[in-house]
Structures are given as structure tokens and as C-alpha cells.
Design a protein around this ligand. Structure first.
Ligand SMILES: CC(C)(COP(=O)(O)OP(=O)(O)OC[C@H]1O[C@@H](n2cnc3c(N)ncnc32)[C@H](O)[C@@H]1OP(=O)(O)O)[C@@H](O)C(=O)NCCC(=O)NCCS
Length: 267
């Protein structure tokens, strides 16, 4: 039976092998990546069998809110209790907690039993930025400039994580009115998020303004909650649904679905 424990630096190649099996690193072309960040903040756990990493889980935090960012077990070790054991160690049961549940029925079953109920769909959109002109242009700022706006939209403060992300050479931070967006470019592709605003209109205006800064990028990816008014707009402009998760949350952890776009890995 596999055991679970906090990840050490020596576990990272094994963790990466599991993450790569599930295609999680295809958009992280260089290190440090989000798994290094989870490890450096002491939020990465592994499931080990015969000294080999067979699964891992990781979280990020926004104030009191914990986001379960990863829970993955290699197929030959699935349904043997590793996921549940990792979950029990990773998530507080008495504090606000959220997760983007995959279509694997084991995931939503485990999360629901742990007190995170499925709330709404989360759509991973992909498209080319042929979007309407923004009401006002975006201004390039620093991650620190956006920390308060992000805390109000995303469910809690995460100044250090934003500083880490904003310092990656391919990441830019944008502000438009009372909205904001982080943009990360990898060859041929732009990932937008986290993004948000004081109101749904501020959020939409900031996302469109940031997109307008990257008119020549062939493909854009972003993540939208079902109730966000940007969803019908982006679909009308040719974005396609590439994947879908279910957002699940403990009762005490609602998010403003209509004015926040999460990052797929950082939440
Ligand atoms: C989802 C995942 C992490 C769960 O880990 P795991 O080690 O396989 O899960 P466990 O064995 O600890 O528990 C699975 C539970 O799901 C339950 N389950 C399985 N199929 C189910 C179904 N169709 N409906 C309800 N419950 C179901 C099992 O009964 C089991 O609970 P039990 O042990 O109390 O009987 C793992 O299967 C996995 O990596 N899946 C692929 C990647 C993925 O989708 N990850 C989730 C990202 S959000």
C-alpha cells in the first residue's frame, strides 16, 4: 500500500513524471514552474510505492482560502486510496477550500465527501484574439500593483505568489480601470489569467484590453466560470471550448464567478 508524505527535492523528478503523464507541464517550458513553487512553499505531497512516486497533490493559498491545485495518481495505482490519503493531508476540513474537479468521477466523489460541493462549470477556452475593441486601453503595471484588486476578486490575498508569477520573464501584468489581467506568453500562445475586476464590466474590459495588447499571438487560452458574461461574448468571437472542469467549493468559499478568471494551475 502506498504511503503519503511531504515531497522532498529528491521527489521532484518523480512528481514531474506523474505530471507529464497527465500533460500538466506542456505549457511550462522552463523552471521554476508551478510545481517548484508548490514545493518551495511546502505545499506539495507525494504518494510513494516501493520508493517510487506514484501520485502527488499540491495546494496554493489565498489568505485563509486553500486551492487544491493538483491531485494526480498514476493509472496503475488509482482506486487504491492514494488520492484520498493525499487529500486528507493537503486540505483543512474546517477552512474555506476550492478545487477544479476533472471529469474523473473519483475526483468529484472524493471532493464532495471532503465537503467541497460541485458548484458550476469551469470552461477552458482557446481561440485567436479577434475580440471587440476594449472600452479603454490596458496599462502595463507590476504584480504588486494588482495585489489588492486580485485579492478582492480571487477570494483572498496572495502577494508572494503573484510576485513570483509576475517575475517570470514571459509574464506581464496589465491594469485597465478597476480590472486587471496577468498574461503569459509561450511560443505561439498566450495564457491570460488570473484576471478580474471590481465589477463584471471591469473584469470584461480588462480582459479585452489585455487581449488587444497581443493582437499578433495566434492562440489565446483562458479559463472562465460558466456564469461569467465574457463566456457568450468570447464564444461569439470564435473561441472554442477546449476542456471543462467542475468548480467545487466548501460552503464558506464562494467566488465571484462573473468577475474572476482563474489561472489553470495557480487558481
Ligand atoms: C482522481 C484521482 C486523483 C483519485 O485518486 P485515487 O487514488 O484513484 O482515489 P482513491 O482510491 O483514493 O478514491 C477513489 C474513490 O472514488 C470512488 N469512486 C470511484 N468511482 C466512482 C463513481 N463512479 N462514483 C462515485 N465514487 C466513485 C471510490 O469508491 C473511491 O472511494 P473509496 O476508496 O472510499 O471506495 C485519481 O484517480 C487520478 O489521478 N485520476 C486521473 C487524474 C485526475 O482526473 N485527477 C483529478 C484532478 S482534479
Amino acid at each position: 500500500m502506498p504511503t503519503v508524505r511531504p515531497a522532498t527535492a529528491a521527489d521532484l523528478p518523480g512528481v514531474r513524471a506523474v505530471a507529464e503523464h497527465f500533460g500538466n507541464l506542456s505549457h511550462w517550458l522552463r523552471r521554476p514552474d508551478y510545481l517548484d513553487r508548490e514545493h518551495d512553499t511546502g505545499r506539495l505531497w507525494v504518494g510513494v510505492h516501493d520508493r517510487a512516486v506514484v501520485g502527488f497533490g499540491g495546494t496554493t493559498a489565498r489568505g485563509a482560502l486553500t486551492h487544491l491545485a493538483d491531485l494526480f495518481v498514476l493509472p496503475e495505482h488509482q482506486s487504491s486510496g492514494v488520492g484520498q490519503a493525499l487529500l486528507a493531508r493537503l486540505l483543512p476540513v474546517d477552512a474555506p477550500r476550492i478545487v477544479f474537479a476533472s471529469s474523473d468521477p473519483r475526483a468529484v466523489a472524493l471532493y464532495t465527501r471532503q465537503g467541497m460541493l460541485p458548484c458550476c462549470p469551469l470552461l477552458y477556452l482557446r481561440g485567436s484574439p479577434g475580440t471587440p475593441p476594449p472600452p479603454h486601453p490596458a496599462r502595463r503595471v507590476t504584480a504588486a500593483d494588482l495585489a489588492d484588486l486580485d485579492a478582492a476578486a480571487s477570494g483572498g490575498p496572495r502577494r508572494a505568489d503573484l510576485a513570483w508569477y509576475g517575475a517570470l520573464p514571459e509574464v506581464s501584468a496589465w491594469r485597465a480601470g478597476d480590472g486587471y489581467a496577468f498574461a503569459r506568453t509561450v511560443p505561439g500562445e498566450l495564457l491570460l489569467g488570473p484576471a478580474g475586476g471590481a465589477t463584471p464590466e471591469d473584469c470584461a474590459a480588462a480582459v479585452l484590453a489585455a487581449l488587444a495588447e497581443y493582437g499578433d499571438v495566434p492562440t489565446v487560452r483562458l479559463v472562465v466560470f460558466g456564469p461569467n458574461p465574457l463566456l457568450p461574448l468570447l464564444l461569439a468571437y470564435g473561441f472554442r471550448v477546449a476542456d471543462m472542469d467542475v468548480f467545487a467549493a466548501s460552503e464558506s468559499a464562494p467566488l465571484p464567478f462573473d468577475r474572476y478568471l482563474p489561472h489553470p494551475d495557480l487558481g
